[in-house]
Ligand binder design. Structure first.
Ligand SMILES: [Zn+2]
Length: 538
């Protein structure tokens, strides 16, 4: 005898045809009925065990969706293979340096750190090969920047990784050299990060299924039931095979394979299933505002902050790829039918990506392409309108406003360009479908906080950023549920509470539309269900 579950109370569906319901029935992992209590009760199968969940003050919603995550990398970065120095973990620069010295003492065989950000952990200079040699001596030191766009290393780490001053730049990445041509101990972008941190990542490979399971259960605890992996690599496939064999992951995975020179997708377009499947291909057009390598029409300010991150005052930043190189990348994947997702922050880089995609769509018209731009910090209202006309969609790292909002205005770009950073409202006003995300280790997975900051545009210090309006709670909810599902080509199976979709559900301790934006992050995630099975909560 199979059991069914009947939820009674406040049901927020994110389905425009019936935004609210009194009851929802789960059968065989799917939503069997949703609507008025009397109607839903008639759908209960006679003779089955029926579990009735009285929601009381709680509210039932679709499980949250992290449209831009990095679960396979984050699972390792947050494990014992890496020492955590993120700004959400350690407050000051002095404490970061203490943690680095302690890590080197504890790991003479090689010390790997994740989370450097001296814009937030102030008072310490950027590391370089000489300062890290002085700390590490013969011990390799590798420090990943919190943004994931820079790696710092010492001479011992370079030797251990087989990197020297004549090592060629990986595609879309580069090693920094001084005037004499020597390595400075700094590499930009994923190619250099993987070259330096590869041994730590490789050592963790055999533990990946366990590490992923732990990480995904953490996502379940904040209400997430689907997460994309934006730095997927087919080499990690055995970990997913192991997860499947063990009953499947506790959140649905939507994979975006990293593009590479001359590469083609490693799986056919039709692959996987509702639990795990590859939906797209990922490219990085530029880098991070916090390390100076985003391509801008306006200059970085001349401040203590910009000097502390090694950015020349007046710099307009840089991009990872020329227009020709972007053309080459998109031409290899898009005609095969893949969705493309492109990391882009600087407004000039946004123009470059839109130019590339406009020409691509002229060569290869496709009605429903859902081309995705990721993060879009400096994207302007005019550019959102152009994106809307092309059918492009955006996923926004809205927590930039909360954690770096003060830095954006005071240290990097001033109120005119820093104030409207990550302008979700402008994107929505232009007619775009929008999602919010936390981007792996970059900020903690916190969908309720994302929604709140998108509504208030208030920084961690309590300052309201100028130059952009907030979104409504209804828009915020869609950005963490249905529209995020749509970006992942998964709205037919998850993202709203409609009969036939999977019973991926979150129970919150209150109705998010009945509290203020300031109160929203205080709601508790009471329970999370994946296909009707409880994956979080008592
Ligand atoms: Zn990312």
């Amino acid at each position: 005898m199979r059991s069914e579950t009947l939820f009674l109370g406040t049901v927020i569906t994110i389905d425009d045809s019936r935004p609210r319901a009194e009851a929802l029935l789960v059968r065989d992992g799917r939503i069997a009925a949703v609507g008025d209590e009397a109607a839903v009760r008639t759908a209960v199968t006679a003779g089955t065990g029926l579990e009735v969940v009285d929601l009381g003050e709680n509210a039932l919603l679709p499980g949250f969706i992290e449209a831009h995550g990095h679960p396979s990398d984050t699972a390792v970065l947050l494990s014992r293979y890496m020492i955590d120095i993120r700004p959400v973990t350690i407050e000051t620069g002095a404490e970061v340096m203490e943690a680095i010295r302690a890590g080197v003492a504890a790991h003479p065989e090689g010390a790997f750190f994740n989370g450097w950000d001296n814009l937030l952990q102030t008072g310490v200079p950027e590391p370089d090969i000489h300062s890290l040699d002085a700390i590490g001596g013969a011990t390799p030191i590798v420090i990943l920047h919190n943004s994931g766009h820079v790696v710092y290393f010492n001479s011992a780490a370079a030797r251990a990784s087989g990197v020297d001053k004549s090592t060629p730049d990986p595609a879309g990445s580069h090693w920094e050299h001084d005037d004499a041509g020597e390595l400075t101990g700094k590499g930009f972008e994923v190619g250099t990060l993987f070259a330096m941190a590869g041994s730590a990542l490789g050592a963790a490979a055999h533990e990946m299924p366990t590490l992923l399971t732990t990480y995904l259960s953490g996502l379940n605890a904040v209400g997430i039931t689907t997460v994309s992996d934006m730095s997927w690599d087919a080499q990690k496939q055995p970990a997913l095979d192991a997860l499947r064999a063990a009953g499947g992951p506790s959140a649905r995975l939507r994979l975006y394979e990293m593009s590479g020179p001359g590469k083609h997708a490693s799986v056919p377009l039709q692959n996987g299933d509702a639990s795990i499947r590859q939906v797209g291909v990922k490219t990085w057009a530029d880098g991070s505002p916090w390390v100076g390598n985003i391509l801008l029409s306006f200059p970085y300010l001349d401040t203590e902050g910009t000097r502390s991150i090694g950015v020349e005052p007046g710099s307009h930043g840089s991009a990872n790829y020329t227009r020709d190189e972007l053309d080459e990348v998109v031409e290899r994947y898009f005609p095969e039918g893949w969705q493309l997702a492109c990391h882009v922050h600087g407004d000039l880089a946004v123009d470059r990506v839109l130019d590339t995609w406009e020409a691509l769509l002229e060569r290869h018209p496709r009605a429903d392409h859902r081309l995705r731009m990721e993060h879009v910090g400096a994207m302007t209202p005019t550019q959102f309108a152009r994106a809307a006309a092309l059918g492009v969609t955006v996923s926004i790292l809205i927590d930039h406003v909360y954690y770096w909002g003060d830095v954006l205005v005071d240290e990097l770009f001033g109120p005119e360009h820093g104030g409207p950073w990550a302008n979700a409202r402008a994107a929505l006003d232009a007619g775009l479908r929008v999602s919010f995300h936390n981007d792996g280790t970059v900020t903690p997975a916190e969908p309720l906080c994302n929604m709140a900051v998108a509504m208030t545009r208030t920084t961690r210090s309590g300052r309201h950023l100028p130059g952009a309006e907030g979104v409504t709670i209804e828009q915020a909810l869609r950005a963490q549920t249905l529209d995020a599902a749509w970006q992942l080509f998964s709205e037919h199976e998850v993202g709203s509470l409609e009969a036939g979709k999977f019973a991926d559900l979150v129970v919150l301790s209150g109705d998010p539309t009945a509290v203020t934006a300031e109160e929203l992050p205080g709601l508790a995630v009471v329970a999370t269900y994946l296909a009707g099975e409880k994956v979080h909560g008592g």
